[in-house]
Design a protein around this ligand. Structure first.
Ligand code: CO8
Length: 258
């Protein structure tokens, strides 16, 4: 499918999705969110794809939802139209891992989109924020919920109440991002991480994603039980036999997703 607001490239088992609205700092409008959800569903269905990377430009991952698109909307418009909810739900349904490669601004819905991904690698120029309070509204797709789980109540309150931006160093220190790299190395580092994941058994990879995400939704006792059971169940796979044999034979494992 030809897209207008994103660029998709599938190579070496990695689907690279680049947000592409350069005139609007990649602000998220209905078209972009719909195309993104479509591209991710495609990547999920494409057997060649083993990991997904979402990125923006050097200047902006995404500077939030498109304010020009939203400014005239009424309560009924956003409530009945359920702005961005179906797309966000679709993104959350993707079972393959998604890495966000963030450079420049990741603000409002942009920060929230990055947090919907499984982990974030950012450049030393990245700036994260939930500045919706400056617009007379609040975060709407995870900025008060996912951010709080990632960085804790104090910083989440600070970010959402003051609208201040968090730089890359603070984002790493706070647990919002997993790695910070020099701007020029962002894609090399992220594609390297994606390539590492692509080498693993897709079954284990999808189980990791399910199990870690489960920890947000359940008690520790139930989460540990879930983890133990999926650990047990992986002994039904050929990839477990291959992985453990390869270790003992001192060779690289050849996983077949079986
Ligand atoms: N929406 C629309 N256009 C934008 C946005 C945006 N969020 N951000 C930047 N742009 C546009 C600017 O209007 C400008 O366009 P033009 O040249 O036509 O005037 C162009 O991008 C370049 O921007 P600036 O000239 O402002 O560039 P600066 O380098 O001076 O500043 C900033 C960059 C700091 C990123 C600045 O543009 C800014 O503050 N942007 C807005 C950030 C923001 O408030 N984001 C939150 C938006 S609300 C939101 O995300 C809610 C999500 C939840 C929705 C869920 C529904 C349920």
């Amino acid at each position: 499918m030809a897209y207008e607001t994103i660029i998709v490239d599938v190579e070496d088992h990695i689907a690279l999705v680049k947000l592409n609205r350069p005139d609007a700092m990649n602000a998220l409008n209905a078209e972009l969110m719909s195309e993104l959800a479509h591209a991710l569903a495609d990547a999920q269905a494409n057997e060649k794809v083993r990991c997904i990377v979402i990125t923006g430009s050097e200047k902006a991952f995404a500077a939030g939802a498109d304010i020009k698109m939203m400014s005239d909307k009424s309560f009924v418009d956003v409530f009945a139209g359920d702005l961005f909810t179906p797309e966000a739900d679709q993104i959350m349904r993707v079972r393959k891992p998604i890495i966000a490669a963030v450079s420049g601004y990741a603000l409002g819905g942009g920060c929230e989109l990055a947090m919907m991904c499984d982990f974030i690698i950012c450049s030393d120029t990245a700036k994260f924020g939930q500045p919706e309070i400056n617009l007379g509204v609040v975060a709407g797709i995870g900025g008060t919920q996912r951010l709080t789980r990632l960085v804790g109540k104090s910083k989440a309150m600070d970010m959402n109440l003051t609208g201040r931006f968090m730089d890359a160093e603070e984002a790493e220190r706070s647990g919002l991002v997993s790695r910070v790299v020099p701007c020029k190395k962002l894609m090399e580092e992220t594609m390297g991480a994606a390539a590492k994941i692509a080498e693993k058994s897709m079954i284990s990879v999808m189980v990791v994603k399910e199990a870690v995400n489960r920890s947000y939704e359940t008690t520790l006792r139930e989460g540990l039980l879930f983890e133990r059971r999926v650990f047990h169940s992986l002994f039904a796979t050929e990839d477990q036999k291959e992985g453990m044999s390869a270790f003992m034979e001192k060779r690289a494992a050849q996983f077949r997703d079986k």
